[in-house]
Design a protein around this ligand. Sequence first.
Ligand SMILES: [Zn+2]
Length: 331
Amino acid sequence: METKIVEVLSGIYEITLPLPMRPSLVNVFLIDCSQALLLVDTGINTPRSVSVLSAAFESVGRRLEDLDFILATHHHVDHFGASAPLRERSGARVYIHRQDAMRAQRMVSLMSVPLVDRPQSMAFFTSHGFPLHRYPPHAIRPSWMGTDAYSPVLEPDGFLEDGDVLDIGTRRLRVIWTPGHSDGHCVLYLEREQALIAGDHLLPKITPHVGLYPEGSPNPLGDFLASQRKVQNLPAKLVLPAHGDPYVDLRHRVDQLLDHHRHRQQRMLDLIQERPRTAFDVAERVFGDQERPAFHVIAATCETLAHLELASVEGKARKIEQDDRVLFEAT
Ligand SMILES: [Zn+2]
């Protein structure tokens, strides 16, 4: 099995791990802090990913058992999925933002309850026009759900908080809370190296998924855009993203992302200018209506909803309720 480990800065290693989904790779970061060994994100808990991780550690003379700390940018399966077995193996202390720790607990508790048995969620999706009856219940969840692939730590050793400064051995990391992609997403700024471990907040080639879900933030896209501005002026010389290669121009990438969302919002506003529409209706036109796995269609609907909700907050759209349906119209 090919092991991809690159020393991106002295003692800081990017390890690229395989994923059984798209994106098909995720980067985690092994940081030698002299007196301590730190891993940022863990990858998914598949035998393949864990063995690539283990081989990467060995190629730099370390073992998974040597880990002292695990920090997570967020709770998603490709970032935090292997945290429980890695803690078990190493005794490492595990930290994540409180909101994402709660989210991980919620995900695990939901794994055993199909969507059809969750009337509130059913009502939420139906009200936004999603045709649940078109999909068999098992198709609505991603394939890793309910498997060991998602084995998150449910009781972390501590919580990451906005503005925390972590002095670990020779490294100093500043925690910056960047809600949007997930409510508890955090990036980590390495002060001395002027490097930003960006998780999914700032990817070089793709825009991260930002969706409005039941029980999540009421305005996740508003949060996400505010979180972009929050990091834009950091004096970072290098951005280390979780998907794709490291890059240098943080400011420019933030501008591109803000621009991308402005365009997408305009496209949606044009559609609801024609006539009031549900989020699902708008999503089919923006993201295409070809057959796709149901959970992709749900994700597209929730992403559209995040846009329409932000447009409502900004006074560009208005919500109207009609026969248990929520429609959006342009103002
Ligand atoms: Zn993610």
